[in-house]
Design a protein around this ligand. Sequence first.
Ligand code: G
Ligand code: G
Ligand code: MN
Ligand code: NA
Length: 253
Amino acid sequence: RYLQESMDKAFVNKEFQLYLQFYVEAGSFRVVGGEALSRWNHPQKGIIMPSVFVPLMEKEKMISRLDYYCLERVCEFLEHLWKKQIDSFFISCNFSRDTFSSADFVDQCKRIMAPFDFPKELLIFEITESAAAKSVAQVQENILALRSYGVRIALDDFGEGFSSFYDIQQYPIDGVKLDKGLVDDILSPSGSAIVRAMIQVGHELGMTILAEGVETEEQVYALQKMNCDVIQGFHFYVPLPYWDAEKRLLEEY
Ligand code: G
Ligand code: G
Ligand code: MN
Ligand code: NA
């Protein structure tokens, strides 16, 4: 309750902060992009994680405000990098199902992105499939409109909960992020067979495959052998505050 009341104030006081977790190319370990993850820097409670406040915001119908806020911060950051000649680093941004399935989603995104100068394909929108997969037609329409505007779309948490191969057929997406749960099992015979097959299917459909939650060297080798494209996980990078991420990027490039 206390948190709910302070959420509105949090936007006004700019208490939400963006962190960035780098992605590496599976073959070369080169940093190629990253995921924007929000943190709430609460004046009394300190850093609050999205696993706490995102579900609350979804319940209170405030999540779209956060999603759009993050999108704007990500655009600022991409423009900033673009001006410093860092011109191939991409960033993915999370959107809740509520936000992504709304009828004015594409217009809102275009309005937010319009003032910023960077190649649109450096922006990836991450969407998840949920239990109540309502508004499928609206989501399909939004995906098509966004892709023709230039941004790319990835299916997040693939292989967890309610997502399935059917979603890949249903939505015209550019890539999938294999859920940490799949990566956790990747060294077992069945786990490796499943992930290998998923990567193969994804590639045949022309998609980029990212593995999430990679924590060990053994997992990295297994994923390399399966031709996974991109790796995200604590083995390489934890989420960094954006100023820290920027510093490291300027050193790398
Ligand atoms: O940051 P963490 O490492 O705890 O992220 C937990 C979850 O919170 C992730 O699944 C991510 O998708 C979600 N998340 C983080 N930031 C945002 C955001 O701005 N909007 C939405 N909808 N989800 C977010
Ligand atoms: O949006 P999504 O659920 O994919 O967000 C990624 C989440 O996974 C974030 O909470 C991020 O902090 C977390 N994460 C990223 N890499 C790792 C990892 O290697 N191990 C664990 N346990 N969590 C990770
Ligand atoms: Mn994500
Ligand atoms: Na995920």
